[in-house]
Design a binder for this molecule. Structure first.
Ligand code: KIV
Length: 263
């Protein structure tokens, strides 16, 4: 996918949108060479790449550096950069400074969590010529208020509130919305109600597309096995095996061979 227009076109054609996260140049190169439609430089970088317990620890410096690295690796893909924790809640100036930095680092759009209290800001970013992706349901930056990483929108009131938020985000100008960890039926209803595409994670099969954290689909953390992740590789074990093989070759002095050495 080359531009924001492709999102709407794909929904109109009934074609699913695939998105993965990437945070660095080497993985972005592989994603760039794959059929995956677009890349999210998510604030999950703070957990996956920096070892923090939540995305609360991501800041603009962190996100800017990751967006820059990904843009170098996958210049041909549409890149969405995450606005980190509180960067959109301090002031309009801080928000726009953050958007500016992510866009100059190579993002083609930004993603903001939540709706209530920031619809004017979202509309302002959109009016400034920058595509905005929304994010509803389990919004990890609010993990402390949500009481943990839990499925959202289970009660009728909560479902209604997420549906209203989705409509407000569309009205504010979002080009797409991530729906994270909400019941399938609610995700389907939102997807059918909105004109813009939804991209689901842990929200069932009826969204307009799906996103997974790259390291999750590659099986890079054997201890993390949520229900909504499908592993396409046992990456942790495979990489460990390769390292052990190198270690063994070094210790047995079977590496390097003559052909791997300079004369
Ligand atoms: O930061 C992230 O990786 C995300 C996805 C889980 C949607 O926001």
């Amino acid at each position: 996918m080359k531009s924001v227009l492709d999102f709407q076109n794909k929904k109109a054609l009934g074609e699913a949108i695939s998105m993965v996260t990437s945070y660095d140049t080497w993985s972005a190169r592989i994603v760039g060479d794959s059929a995956i439609d677009c890349i999210l430089v998510g604030d999950s970088a703070s957990m996956v790449m920096h070892g923090y317990p939540s995305t609360v620890h991501a800041d603009l410096n962190m996100m800017e550096a990751h967006v820059r690295a990904v843009a170098k690796g996958a210049p041909q893909k549409f890149i969405i950069g995450d606005i980190p924790f509180l960067a959109h809640r301090k002031s309009r100036e801080t928000l726009m400074e953050g958007v500016d930095r992510l866009m100059k680092a190579g993002a083609h759009s930004v993603k903001l969590e939540g709706a209530k209290g920031q619809l004017d800001d979202i509309a302002y970013i959109v009016e400034s010529g920058i595509p905005v992706m929304g994010h509803l349901g389990l919004t990890p930056q609010s993990v402390n208020q949500l009481g943990g990483f839990k499925v959202q929108g289970k009660s009728e009131d909560a479902a209604q509130s997420i549906m209203e938020d989705a409509k407000s985000l569309e009205k504010a100008g979002c080009f797409s919305i991530v729906l994270e960890c909400i019941p399938s039926a609610l995700a389907e209803e939102i997807t059918n109600t909105l004109e813009i595409p939804t991209i689901g994670i842990g929200s069932g099969p009826h969204t307009s597309g799906q996103v997974l954290v790259l390291q999750d689909l590659l099986g890079m953390d054997p201890s993390f096995q949520p229900k909504f992740v499908r592993r396409y590789l046992e990456g942790y074990d495979l990489i460990k095996e390769a390292m052990n093989q190198f270690d063994s070759d070094v210790k047995s002095k079977s590496f390097p061979l003559k052909k791997e050495s300079f004369v």
